[in-house]
Design a protein around this ligand. Structure first.
Ligand SMILES: Nc1ncnc2c1ncn2[C@@H]1O[C@H](COP(=O)(O)OP(=O)(O)O)[C@@H](O)[C@H]1O
Ligand SMILES: [Mg+2]
Length: 232
């Protein structure tokens, strides 16, 4: 495996609901290589989203450490984490979460507004991202004027426009038909192969997972299987 860019060590995450404590992650250790495309599978409720959110710095561990690149993100304060996320993580969601009043261009530009860039620098990056996902001719369309597959392509452009260290995708094909899902997976492969992006993708679909280089299976808060994807 290439140099690890994500290092998770003895990770624990518990949630408290009333008097009940749920130990969702129970001592999980894993590495993700730089430029690796990793799929995360497991039954509903097994903690996939919880793990992804911890690695992406959206939530803090109960115990254990997480490093991404040079940064030990499990040591960061909330405000340090927020700043780190802006620069280092691109997010792709199942239901896209595009802002309906903004055009495709403006949705993709959004994460760049948090960075110290000129309008002209932003324009270059947005156009490059929209070109990569094949939506240059739709940049003035609002999400409501786009198909689900096209909206998710805008979602991918938005995730990669900041040139992040890590792209995390939670069920990115979960709401798409087979053909659109295939386009999204092909884009993930392009991001990895051509831009050397590190991608962690949660999916229920074994066919989608098989497009990754490695599949990790979560069950009852533990890593139960770590396999090379077949069929690649
Ligand atoms: N913020 C939260 N508060 C309380 N319980 C949570 C919270 N987030 C997740 N959980 C619980 O943690 C478990 C794992 O959830 P999740 O990571 O979303 O699973 P998956 O993505 O694998 O379906 C579930 O039992 C869920 O109810
Ligand atoms: Mg989930």
């Amino acid at each position: 495996m290439p140099r690890a860019i994500v290092e998770v060590r003895d990770l624990h995450k518990s949630f408290t609901r009333g008097s009940e404590t749920i130990d969702v992650l129970q001592g999980l250790t894993l590495d993700v290589g730089e430029g690796e495309f990793l799929a995360l599978m497991g039954p509903s409720g097994s903690g996939k989203t919880t793990l992804l959110n911890l690695i992406a710095g959206l939530d803090r561990p109960t115990a254990g450490t997480i490093s991404v690149g040079e940064n030990v993100i499990s040591d960061m304060s909330e405000s340090e984490l927020a700043r780190w996320r802006t620069r280092h993580v691109g997010f792709v969601f199942q239901f896209y979460y595009l802002l309906p009043v903004l055009t495709a261009y403006e949705n993709v530009e959004l994460p760049l507004l948090l960075l110290p860039l000129t309008k002209e620098q932003r324009r270059k990056q947005v156009e490059t991202a929209l070109d990569l996902v094949g939506l240059t001719n739709r940049m003035d369309h609002r999400p409501g004027q786009l198909s689900g597959g096209q909206q998710q392509r805008v979602g991918i452009a938005r995730a990669m426009v900041t040139d992040p260290t890590l792209i995390v995708a939670d069920e990115p094909t979960g709401d798409l038909d087979t053909k659109s899902a295939d386009e999204i997976l092909r884009l993930m492969e392009i991001l990895r192969a051509q831009l050397n992006k590190t991608i962690i993708m949660v999916t229920h679909d074994p066919k989608a997972a098989a497009r990754a280089q490695r599949i990790l299976h979560l069950e009852k808060g533990q890593l139960v299987l770590d396999t090379a994807a077949v069929g690649v």
